[in-house]
Design a binder for this molecule. Structure first.
Ligand code: GAL
Length: 699
C-alpha cells in the first residue's frame, strides 16, 4: 500500500512541447498535457503517474518493497519547490518531463559517472553500457535518479533509454529567461545561456515518477534508498581481502596462490575464479572444467577449511548445445552474444532453470557468490535494440535491466539457503541498492575510479576501484590504499597475475593498509548497517555531509561512514588540500588536531590520509588476517577523537545469514556523553562485543 494521502494539485495548462503544432511532415503530433498528480505515499515521498506508465519498469524488475518503517522513522521534510512547476507531457508516444532549476541549485546523481559529480549543464542519454571515457549517460549504472541541493530528488522509474538535459535548453515561456546578447559586441555572450529547467524524455507514453524530500541531500538519498528496499549488509567475509586469480589457473595454482597469501602474511578471505573454471567460456557452459577442477566440491571444501570463500566469474551467455541452452530452448532471445544464447530471465521458467543449475552445481558444493560480467555492453558485443525476447520485452528493456535480472536471480537462491552473498556485477540500475553486488569495469583510470566511488553513493550503488597492474610502485600503493577504503578490497589479477607483493619495495605499505582495513571491520560493518537500517550510503560524497557547501564538486576526498574522511593521494602528487566539513578534525593515525576549513597536507607514501571528526569514534579490532578470526569475543578498541561528546552505534550479527532481518542482531550504543559508556540498546546481547576498550586519541 503505497498511498496514504492524496494531494491534488490544480491543473495548469501547459504551453510546453508543442500542442497543436504542425510538424514539417504535415502529420499532426499527438500530445497530451499531464500535470502530475502527486500522492504522498510515505512521509517525504510522493508518487505521480503520467499517462500510461509501463508495468515493466526498473522497480518491478528489482521487485523489492519499500522499507516503510524506516522511511517513516525519518519523519517528514517539506517539499522545497512548487510542485506545480514540475510539468509533464506525452507527445508522440514519448513522455517529456520538466523540473525547475534555480540559479544557485546544483544537481547530483544520474548513476555511475566517472569524470563529473555536479551534473548541472550536462546532457545524458541514460543507457546501460561499458563506460567509454565520457560522462554522456552510457555507463554501467545510468540510474535515472537525481538529487538537488535544494533538498529533493526524483526517480524516473522507466526501463528505457532516457534523455536528460540538466540546465540546458531554454524555454520560450521561461520565467527566468537568460539575457539576449550580441556575440559581435558582447564578451559575456554565452553559447550555453542560463536555463532554468531539467528536461527528461522517456520513450514511452507515460511513466511513474517518485519525488523524495529531505532536510538535506543525505536525507533525500536515504529516502530513495529505503524506498528501493534499503541498503545491504555484506557477509563479514565479503569485507575481507579479495584476490582474483588468472583466467586459466587450475586447482593447484589457486591453492598455491592462497598459500602465498598465508606465507606472506597478507589478508585473504575470498578467491575469485575467472573464466577458466567453466569448461567453455564466452559463451559459458556453467559446468566445471574437468581438467582444471576435477573435484570442485572437495576443492571448495578444502579452501573453506582455510577460511577462504570462492567467487565465480561468469557472463550469462549460454554455450549453444550445452545443458542450459537446450533446456532454455524456447526461453532465449532472437540474438546471440559471442554465439551464446541469451535467456529471458523475466520469465519464471528461465529463472528456475538457471537457479536450479546454480544451486546444484555451484551453491550446494559451497561456492559463495558470483561475478556477473558483460551484462552492460558494448553495443558491438551485445544484442541490438531490435532484438526480441519470448516474454515480449524488447532489446532496450532487456539492456537496461539485464544486470538487475541477474542480481535478483542469484540473490533469491542465496536467500533460500539463508546464506548472504557478496559479489560483482558490471551493470546495475535503480533498485540495485538492496542487492549485494559491487560494480567494477575495465576502464582503470585511478582518479576516475575514485570519482565513480564518490558518485556511487548518490544512486544506491557500490563501486570498487579494483587493483590490476600498475606502472610503478607508487601507483600500486596508491591504488591499494584506495581499494582498501572502498566497498570491496580486491586485486583483479585475471590478466596479469599481480599479487600484493608484486612491487616488493612497497609491500609493507600494501600490507599495512590491507591490515588497517581488517582492523576497521567493526566500523565498516556498522557503517553498512546504517545503509540497511537508515539508507545512508557507506561511501559518500562530501556534498552529502551536513553543512558542507554543495556548490562545486569534490573528486578527491570522500567519507566512509559518519566519522572517517579519506583524502587519497594519486601518483605523482606530493601535496594537496583537504576541505574539512564544519568543526575541528583530527588525524586518524596520531589523534592530533588536523585543523578546520581547508588544510594543506604533504604526501607520505606509506599512508593514506584519514581524518576523524571531533567526537568521532572508530571501533577497531586487532589486525586479523581473515574475518573468520573476528568474533564477538575479539577485543574492540574504540578510538575516541577530539573532545566533543559523541555517539556511535556498534552493530553486530552472525555475519553470514539473513537472521538479522528478523531482528537477530545487536546494536551497542557507544557514547561519550556524561562519561564513556557502552550499552546494548537494541537486539540480542549475546551478539554484542564482550570486550570493549577505549583509547582517547586526542586527550
Ligand atoms: C572482463 C572483466 C575482467 C575479467 C575478464 C575475464 O570482461 O571486466 O574483470 O573478468 O573479463 O575474461
Amino acid at each position: 500500500m503505497r498511498s496514504i494521502f492524496t494531494i491534488l494539485l490544480s491543473i495548469t495548462v501547459l504551453a510546453s512541447c508543442s500542442l497543436n503544432r504542425q510538424p514539417a511532415t504535415g502529420n499532426r503530433q499527438l500530445s497530451s498535457n499531464q500535470q502530475p498528480v502527486w500522492n504522498l505515499t510515505y512521509p517525504g515521498t510522493y508518487r505521480a503517474i503520467i499517462g500510461e506508465s509501463a508495468a515493466f519498469n526498473l522497480l518491478s524488475v528489482a521487485n523489492r518493497e519499500p522499507r516503510a518503517e524506516a522511511i517513516k522513522a525519518l519523519g517528514d521534510a517539506p517539499v522545497p519547490i512548487n510542485l506545480n512547476e514540475i510539468k509533464a507531457e506525452v507527445v508522440n508516444g514519448r513522455t517529456c518531463l520538466q523540473f525547475p532549476l534555480d540559479r544557485e541549485e546544483q544537481i547530483y546523481g544520474f548513476g555511475l559517472n566517472f569524470k563529473t559529480i555536479a551534473q548541472r549543464g550536462r546532457i545524458f542519454r541514460l543507457h546501460v553500457d561499458h563506460y567509454g571515457g565520457e560522462d554522456n549517460g552510457r555507463t554501467h549504472a545510468p540510474v535515472p535518479f537525481f538529487v538537488s541541493s535544494k533538498g529533493y530528488g526524483v526517480l524516473v522509474n522507466a526501463a528505457r533509454y532516457i534523455d536528460v538535459s540538466v540546465g540546458s535548453g531554454v524555454r520560450k515561456d521561461s520565467k527566468n529567461p537568460p539575457v539576449t546578447r550580441d556575440r559581435n559586441t558582447d564578451k559575456a555572450w554565452d553559447a550555453q545561456p542560463y536555463s532554468d529547467n531539467i528536461g527528461m524524455v522517456i520513450p514511452e507514453a507515460g511513466v511513474e515518477i517518485i519525488l523524495f524530500t529531505g532536510r538535506n541531500m543525505m536525507e533525500v538519498v536515504q529516502r530513495f534508498n529505503l524506498y528501493c528496499g534499503g541498503g545491504i549488509i555484506p557477509p563479514k567475509w565479503g569485507l575481507g581481502f579479495w584476490q582474483r586469480t588468472p583466467t586459466l589457473y587450475a586447482e593447484k595454482e589457486v591453492r598455491e596462490e592462497a598459500a602465498g597469501f598465508e606465507r606472506n602474511n597478507f589478508p585473504l578471505d575470498v578467491v575469485g575464479l575467472e573464466p577458466g573454471w567453466h569448461s567453455h567460456s564466452y559463451p559459458c557452459s556453467f559446468e566445471w572444467d574437468q581438467n582444471r577442477f576435477p573435484q570442485p566440491a572437495s576443492f571448495i571444501g578444502e579452501m573453506g577449511s582455510k577460511g577462504i570463500h570462492l567467487n565465480l566469474w561468469m557472463n550469462p551467455y549460454l554455450v549453444p548445445g550445452g545443458t542450459l541452452d537446450v533446456r532454455m530452448k524456447d526461453l532465449t532471445g532472437s540474438h546471440t552474444v559471442w554465439c551464446g544464447t541469451v535467456a529471458d530471465y523475466t520469465l519464471p521458467e528461465a529463472r528456475k532453470i538457471m537457479q536450479d543449475h546454480f544451486v546444484k552445481n555451484q551453491l550446494d558444493i559451497g561456492a559463495s557468490g558470483f561475478k556477473m560480467d558483460e551484462v552492460d555492453g558494448f553495443d558491438s558485443w551485445l544484442w541490438p535494440d531490435g532484438a526480441t525476447f519470448p516474454s515480449g520485452r524488447d532489446g532496450e528493456q532487456m539492456r537496461q535491466t539485464y544486470g538487475l535480472q541477474m542480481m535478483t536471480l542469484t540473490d533469491e537462491i542465496f536467500r533460500q539457503k539463508n546464506e548472504r552473498t557478496y559479489g560483482l556485477i558490471r551493470a546495475a540500475n535503480a533498485g540495485s541498492v538492496s542487492f549485494p553486488y559491487v560494480i567494477y569495469n575495465d576502464y582503470y583510470s585511478h582518479k576516475d575510479f575514485i570519482t565513480a566511488l564518490i558518485n556511487s553513493g548518490f544512486s544506491g550503488l557500490l563501486w570498487t576501484p579494483e587493483v590490476r597492474a600498475s606502472g610503478s610502485s607508487e601507483e600500486w600503493v596508491r591504488r591499494m590504499q584506495t581499494v582498501c577504503f572502498s566497498p570491496m578490497a580486491m586485486i583483479n589479477a585475471w590478466a596479469d597475475g599481480t599479487k600484493p607483493w608484486s612491487f616488493p619495495d612497497v609491500y609493507k605499505a600494501s600490507q599495512d593498509v590491507a591490515f588497517l582495513r581488517m582492523q576497521l571491520l567493526p566500523y565498516l560493518y556498522s557503517t553498512f548497517a546504517q545503509y540497511y537500517f537508515e539508507g545512508k550510503p557507506p561511501f559518500r560524497a562530501m556534498e552529502l555531509v551536513d553543512g558542507f557547501p554543495a556548490s562545486g564538486e569534490i573528486k578527491n576526498q570522500y567519507m566512509v561512514g559518519d566519522n572517517l574522511l579519506v583524502a587519497p593521494f594519486f601518483t605523482g602528487e606530493t601535496e594537496r588540500t583537504v576541505i574539512l566539513p564544519p568543526g575541528e578534525w583530527f588525524d586518524f593515525y596520531s589523534g592530533k588536531p588536523a585543523g578546520s576549513g581547508t588544510i594543506s597536507i604533504k604526501a607520505v607514501l606509506d599512508k593514506i590520509p584519514l581524518f576523524v571528526r571531533d567526537g568521532g569514534m572508530i571501533p577497531m579490532i586487532p589486525a586479523v588476517r581473515q574475518t573468520s578470526d573476528w568474533s564477538r569475543e575479539t577485543p574492540v578498541e574504540v578510538r575516541v577523537y577530539g573532545t566533543k561528546e559523541g555517539q556511535f552505534n556498534l552493530y553486530n550479527d552472525d555475519g553470514k545469514t539473513f537472521d538479522f532481518e528478523k531482528g537477530d542482531y545487536s546494536i551497542q550504543q557507544l557514547s561519550t556523553r556524561a562519561n564513556i559508556n557502552s550499552t546494548i540498546q537494541t537486539g540480542k546481547s549475546s551478539l554484542g562485543y564482550s570486550r570493549i576498550f577505549w583509547t582517547l586519541m586526542s586527550r
